[in-house]
Write a protein that binds this ligand. Structure first.
Ligand code: ARG
Length: 463
């Protein structure tokens, strides 16, 4: 096929070099944005008298036809085109003859590709936003149900203090709220129109960049044409938001994996989100959760790949920038997949409150509360801490727990101990007493749930 740039060069490019250069295999994803952007461009050219209104209308109708034919499957991509932009222009010219060749007046593929990508990522960011809110919904439903369900809280993966399951789940809700906040903030910087920056220097035609930007739903235009065609910060930001989000999902997935192990048995994942083993008949494997954990690495990789591509690029457009799309597409596809699987997994998991409580009953989770009891009786905290430690050691020697250690023994350690100590160290009490804001008591969990709901409500008002 004759090259777009035939004129400057006469020779054929090598077939392998053509394949190497071409991006249509992956940027075909941008067809809708490309056609819609071109429609707005034709409208602007018509409104400004750069093309006649008649010509603009014919171009717009032609583009609309291409879009609906692509969508209905009547029109297939021509993989021999270099990229999606060339494909649409070629198809338009096939349909409209030489008028099709007028569409590319006062623009370049450099501002066109940046425009398409920003329009695409703006939608993707909104889709992610909705998926994160779904996951938050699932977390809140479980947290509500388990506002008072007791389990061991861990530090160093050693049993530390009793907490409520609602409290633990809400820790993830807070991470996801921050993820939402970051996405929404980044969206402002995505939603800036580069179209009209042209190749890099702007144009001699009397264009109206703002008209085009407004027609396409942008909040602003890129203020410097060189920056407009070479800026990919918005891609890096979105990828970094994805990487952080995946880190959160991965930590949660890791806990689901631990909790569904025979050793913990805190949750049972639905059959819909587990697999069996090909050899061991008893196995129920948390494959999907493991994949969420595993795929986190590839999203980090996408972020690093793009940052590395951008490093040291001279201004303005360089073909290296074509590499942005595969990283971004791969990361987004991965994050969508993970969220779509994790949300129903959380919704359907069976929480084993009995096993959680059983685990909380061993491991001396109430030792801090025993020390606090002595503090309330007048002992300085450090001394109370030491005494409680000695009592734990005593229990270990006797093979009992703090709840079953007889009062006489307690009293050999300190006369401050009275019958009321047993009430103080009851697990339910240890949890209920932790009413400090953000703490683990059921009441505090209710407050945190209300906070998350309020943030979600405010956020959706802003949108
Ligand atoms: N396929 C190219 C990309 O994705 C489009 C821009 C091409 N511009 C150019 N000057 N070769 O970046």
């Amino acid at each position: 096929m004759a090259k777009l740039w035939a004129g400057r060069t006469a020779g054929e490019t090598d077939r392998l070099a053509d394949d190497f250069n071409s991006s249509i295999r992956f940027d075909c994803k941008l067809y809708r944005q490309d056609v819609t952007g071109s429609m707005a461009h034709a409208a602007m050219l018509g409104a400004k008298g750069i093309l006649t209104q008649e010509e603009a209308k014919t171009l717009i109708d032609g583009l609309a036809g291409i879009l609906s034919d692509l969508e209905s499957g009547k029109l297939a991509f021509d993989w021999s085109c270099e990229d999606i932009h060339m494909f649409v222009e070629q198809e338009l010219t096939n349909r409209l003859g030489s008028l099709g060749k007028k569409l590319h007046t006062a623009r370049s593929r450099n501002d066109q590709v940046a425009l398409d990508l920003r329009m695409y990522l703006r939608e993707e960011s909104d889709a992610l936003d909705a998926e994160i809110r779904d996951l938050l919904d699932a977390l809140l439903a479980q947290a509500e149900q388990h506002r008072a369900t007791i389990l061991p809280g861990y530090t160093h993966l050693q049993r530390a203090q009793p907490i409520t399951f609602g409290h633990h789940l809400l820790a993830y809700a807070m991470m996801l709220l921050r993820d939402l906040d970051r996405l929404r903030d980044g969206r402002k910087r995505i939603n800036c129109s580069p179209i009209g920056c042209c190749a890099l220097a702007g144009t001699t035609y009397d264009t109206d960049r703002r008209m085009e930007a407004e027609a396409l739903g942008f909040d602003d235009i890129c203020r410097n044409s060189i920056d407009g065609v070479s800026d990919r910060d918005f891609c890096v930001e979105l990828l970094s938001d994805c990487a952080l989000l995946m880190m959160h999902l991965s930590r949660f997935a890791e806990e689901l994996i631990l909790w569904s192990s025979w050793e913990f048995q805190f949750v049972e994942l639905s059959d819909a989100y587990t697999t069996g083993s090909s050899i061991m008949p008893q196995k129920k494997n948390p494959d999907m959760a493991e994949l969420i954990r595993g795929k986190t690495g590839r999203v980090y990789g996408d972020l690093l790949a793009l940052l590395t591509t951008l490093k040291g690029l001279p201004l303005a457009y360089n073909k290296d920038l074509q590499e942005d799309k595969e990283s971004v597409f791969d990361a987004l596809e991965t994050v969508h997949q993970c969220l779509r699987v994790l949300t129903p997994m959380v919704r359907t998991m069976r929480v084993r409150a009995d096993k959680m409580l059983q685990a909380a009953q061993t491991g001396f989770l109430n030792a801090t509360d025993l020390a606090d009891y002595l503090v309330r009786k007048g002992l300085p905290f450090r001394s109370a801490y030491k005494l409680s430690g000695e009592l734990v050691a005593e229990c270990l020697r006797r093979g009992c727990v703090l709840e079953t250690l007889p009062l006489e023994v307690y009293r050999t350690y300190s006369p401050l101990f009275g019958e009321d100590l047993y009430d103080e160290i009851r697990l339910e009490n240890c949890v209920e007493k932790r009413i400090s804001e953000g703490g683990t008591s059921a009441r505090s969990v209710d407050g945190q749930i209300a906070y998350v709901r309020e943030q979600l409500r405010k956020g959706s008002e802003r949108k």
